[in-house]
Write a protein that binds this ligand. Sequence first.
Ligand SMILES: [Zn+2]
Length: 260
Amino acid sequence: MRIELTTAPGNPSRPNEDWTTVAVPAAGAGGVLVVLDGVTPPTGDDGCAHGVPWFTARLGGALAELSGSRRDMTLADVLATAIRRTADAHRDTCDLSHVRTPQATVVLARWGADEVEHLVLSDSTLLLESPDGEVRAVLDDRLDRVPREVLRSVAATDALRNAEGGFFTAAADPSVAARAVTGRTPAARVRSLLAMTDGATRWVEVFREGGWADCPGLVRKNGARELVERVRAAESADPDGVAFPRGKSADDATVTYVEL
Ligand SMILES: [Zn+2]
């Protein structure tokens, strides 16, 4: 088994709101992978005294512990329980009904002798590479389906946040776990897993320097850091987003790779 993991803030003067871990062996065999991208609130109140890094650390820790130790729970059950546990940790001090209460995108994967389970919620990406080099991208594309002009408005975006017809993130409501994209793949059909936050998937989705199929090979050959460095180089070459329009000039970027 080989594990490669890198994370870098988009802006060195701000805390990195991504969170990742890999745990092996989980419950005696196999392992688990967690990648979260904390959603940076637009300016203004989010009802929480703790902040996004506190939230992602709590949620990520709960996801790693539960997915690693509770094989009897599905990944959706694990996500629902981790959301509830995190919400309970600040329910008494914070307004969890606030539309911008701390929230995160989620990639969760668990592998064992027989199969690889996956869960993706919101716009982080999981790639599953087969032994013959075929790469399948697991995407929750609800946010992509929201028109770009709508996302320029804070009020319009808030109206779609964790709302029917909009997009869903892990916030304070455990029932969102039922909205996640989930699946199982025979372990023999998976050579590697590669999870990335949208600060890293820009290499494919914004700068179009390669496709999903290029990512596992690039990380295997040059390391996870290489993918982030290529993104940073492309961002530096177009700092104002003229050639490649994007929300933030640079974003927190995480790449987590597991070769089984
Ligand atoms: Zn709080």
